[in-house]
Design a protein around this ligand. Structure first.
Ligand code: PHB
Length: 388
């Protein structure tokens, strides 16, 4: 048991663009690999519906915008009629429970593998590769990564069109909005980070230029579906996929200040402490060292507060290692407006209820995060079912 949070700010309404939530417990995007042929499997609607709650927001797993967007084996897309039809089942099931669902739009850039893209070479800001990269989600199992090709202006133009098509398809499939994935070292982050983006044209060489493509994508998606249905995700402090901006606050501060002018539904940030490869304590030590190197205080490097100050007009969702004990602090200090939970939402389909009532969490089993079928997917019980 932990303290019931039902009478705290976590369970107060929040407006994000065109939707008004009844509580601030958000499901984070989570890759689950249950989409054979890139189409959500028959039971994907059940998984999301189990996690839906009245007035609660779910963000879908990262979903490819096109074949060149990466087409990871087992990962869904949102660009074909079959994908649209399958996702419609999910959005209907979530809405039936009074919930909301956004679709996370994903292009993985240089992290992709030709084996998933008809032999085509992955595209990125520059012709780079991740040292020793292994791509796990291919039909042949893990394969060594390859070097990407630098995107031409034509590639950039087509990719913006792909984002727009995917956003429109998501809305047609019944999603309440889309989240542009500009985090975790995937394509848009490959433009933001100056250790990856080596361009000397209008898409590289300065903070403004490196922000150009992510903002062009955002603007095109806004023009297609409206800013009140568009969110965007950043991980300014992330090192995943070899991201290392030499000026974290300058680079991400600029792109977020631009986002703040656009009236987006929300900005979604990954907490500095949270890392896809390392423990929270290892990550915090790395950031302390980086603070010294970039002339920042530990306080600046270990919190999202500097970005909250920039996002004056935009609701802010924060994500990364949140639980029943540490969720209130960002809300009460006004550092964030909502909290996204990932791993605990996998093993606790009724997570908002458990947080509200102070009920124990079921532990998650990492071994079934990326397997196929229902095991570890739709078979985690609610608290009430577990106690029957
Ligand atoms: C992953 O599938 O490992 C993954 C997907 C999206 C992210 C991060 C990691 O943003």
């Amino acid at each position: 048991m932990s303290s019931p949070l039902e009478n705290t700010k976590l369970f107060t309404p929040l407006t994000l663009g065109n939707i008004t939530l009844k509580h601030r417990v958000v499901m984070a995007p989570l890759t689950r690999d249950r989409s054979p042929e890139h189409i959500p499997d028959d039971f994907v609607d059940e998984y999301y519906a189990q996690r839906a709650s009245d007035g609660g927001l779910l963000i879908s797993e990262a979903t490819h915008i096109s074949v060149m967007g990466g087409n990871y084996h087992g990962v869904p897309g949102i660009f074909t009629p079959e994908q649209k039809r399958a996702w419609k089942k999910t959005t209907d099931a979530v809405h039936k429970k009074g919930g909301f669902i956004y679709c996370q739009l994903w292009h993985i850039g240089r992290v992709a593998h030709p084996a998933n893209m008809g032999g085509r070479t992955p595209l990125s800001s520059s012709a780079t590769e991740i040292e020793g990269n292994v791509v796990y989600f291919t039909p042949k199992g893990p394969l060594p990564g390859v070097k990407a090709a630098e995107m031409t202006f034509e590639d950039i133009k087509i990719t913006i069109e792909d984002y727009v098509h995917a956003a429109q398809t998501a809305i047609d499939a019944g999603f309440d909005g889309v989240e542009v994935h500009s985090a975790n070292g995937y394509l848009l982050d490959q433009f933001l980070c100056d250790n990856i983006n080596q361009r000397t044209d209008k898409y590289g060489g300065s903070i403004e230029n490196r922000s150009r493509f992510p903002l062009e994508v955002t603007d095109a998606v806004i023009a297609a579906i409206g800013a009140d249905r568009v969110g965007i995700r950043f991980s300014p402090f992330g090192f995943y996929q070899e991201t290392k901006s030499s000026d974290i606050h300058g680079q991400y501060g600029h792109v977020m200040a631009e986002c703040d002018k656009r009236g987006l539904a929300y900005v979604h940030l990954v907490e500095p402490r949270s890392d896809l490869m390392n423990s929270d304590s290892v990550k915090q030590q790395q950031l302390r060292e980086l603070a010294k190197a970039q002339g920042k205080t530990e306080e600046e490097m270990l919190t999202i507060k500097p970005f909250r100050e920039i996002l004056k007009n935009t609701p802010l969702i924060t994500c990364g290692s949140f639980n029943a004990e540490n969720s209130l602090q960002p809300l009460e200090s006004n550092t964030a407006d909502a909290i996204a939970y990932g791993r605990y939402f996998i093993s606790n389909p009724d997570l908002p209820h458990r947080l509200a009532k102070g009920l124990e969490f079921t532990p998650y089993d990492r071994n079934t995060f990326y397997t196929t079928g229902r095991e570890g997917y739709t078979d985690y019980p609610t608290y009430a079912e577990a106690k029957l």
